[in-house]
Ligand binder design. Sequence first.
Ligand code: CA
Length: 251
Amino acid sequence: MRILVVEDEEAIAKGLRFNFEREGYQVNVAGDGPTALEIYESAQPPIDLVVLDLMLPQMSGYEICRALRRLDLDIPVLALTARTLSEDKIQAFDCGVDQYMTKPFSLPELLSRVRNLLDKRRRHLDRRSVRPTEDVTRFSDVVVDFGRFELRHKEEVHALTTREQELLRYFLEHDGVVLSRARLQSEVWRDAADISSRSIDNFVMRLRRMIEDDPSSPKHLLSIRGTGYRFVSEPADSTSSSEESNEPGKT
Ligand code: CA
């Protein structure tokens, strides 16, 4: 299992890494929010738990947690912080933190909580993988297994996050329809009204990398200039998509 430690105090980050690795976990460390989110989105195998300091440069831990929740509703987040006020805790839980520990913390208690969250995570992933697999959709040379949160494109297999899967499902259900970013925001991110159009574009970019032969010249997930996107499961002419205004460089 892989833990992402978001902590700007090097001594603490080092101590956490040492102790987590001794428990047999893989560990990534980030000193600020943007780095943390970048690692979170690109880590393979994916991150299973985030240990999050709340007072950080650039983005606060609260903002980071909200951003994580937009990417994945299920990832466990343990806040580790010098903030002890009840309001701080409430704000953290409102942002989607699962557990909260104040510094200075007891190492055995932290390790026990981490074990607990990771056990839950493992059960959650196991349940996913034994779910019936009839929820499978195919288009072109792509197979999406919604039961397993898995997408296969030719020989490549990609794991999908909950949100990536919801977005892809929405595109599949609206084959050929022009979908504005505003519509995607309200239909796919119902519970996170503050998602930016830039983040939506990032999600589309990630889906393109999974489903397109050439993500910079998409045949399925087309950009509609000034509006949003149009998904086409079976492009009529597979050699050209000139009918659309693709802006791969911009999106
Ligand atoms: Ca800090």
